[in-house]
Ligand binder design. Sequence first.
Ligand code: SF4
Length: 340
Amino acid sequence: MSPVVDLVLPPAEAWQAQARAARISTADLLAHIGLIAADFAEGVIAQPDFPLSVPPHYLSLIRRGDPADPLLLQVLARGEEALPQPGRLTDPLEEADYRAAPGVLRKYRSRALLIASGACAIHCRYCFRRHTDYGAAMLTRSGEAEALAVISGDAAIDEVILSGGDPLSLTDARLTALVSAIAAIPHVTTLRLHSRTFLAIPDRVTPALVDLLACTRLTVVIVTHSNHEREISHDVAAALGRLRAAGVTLLNQSVLLAQVNDDATTIAAHCRRLFAAGVLPYYLHLTDPVDGAAHFDVDESRARGIETELRAALPGYLVPRIVREVPGETGKTPLWALPT
Ligand code: SF4
């Protein structure tokens, strides 16, 4: 079995050690949680093309002996992934069409998105970029000048979004250089980072990262990608607290996932837990039709029922907007606007 890292290291080294320890085989994951392939309806995939990656902190949150554990289901390659899935796509949002330069996506007039890294601490089985060829899609050091020229050349861009992969898989030194270059563009006012690393490796919130985010002239928004209240552990809440103390606005977007969070009670508990940790629920995404993830789909009529229940259960400011990304649309399409 792969060792679970429990090293007493300075924070910068601790998170990198956890990232290195995240690669785990299906067999080792099952052994760690005391389950076997036959515990799952369609079995498991021993060597998936999209390999498993589960950092030790996240692994510690998975319930042993429970094949329905909602955290486990997000990271285990179940046999359903290999079933025929007609109509599913490798680039469901047609992102290749929005590439303004290598590593730059331009979907919206006032925002530019940088694919800052092709790596993620945790591999999520429902990921819509699970088939992305990051070699061709991500920002490289040699392409950085061209990418920044796209942004500096268009005064309409006031917000730069760092995405991936996961931008927090970059080192603090690399992030500092990138953020400094973005902050040097006068018309950019806001930096947004989308990351799931904080949930998987809370040690990623290092003193250097906090300093960077606190000291940049840019307004910083971080969108965490949590799907279940049990992902907001004590350590994660403490890490989010350090980000808030740095003046960062924290929002969360989730994906509505079958067997993980597809009921109003679970989502309402998650929203309250997020709020207690200083994070506002923002979006709840319907799944994208990516190949290999059809078993996570929740149909729209069920989503409508969940939305009605959430409105009754939560104050308005805690109800996430249920949306779908529709290729070609200029924004996310709210559930109420989708054809019935
Ligand atoms: S962290 Fe985000 S980009 Fe990375 S695998 Fe998970 S969903 Fe995909």
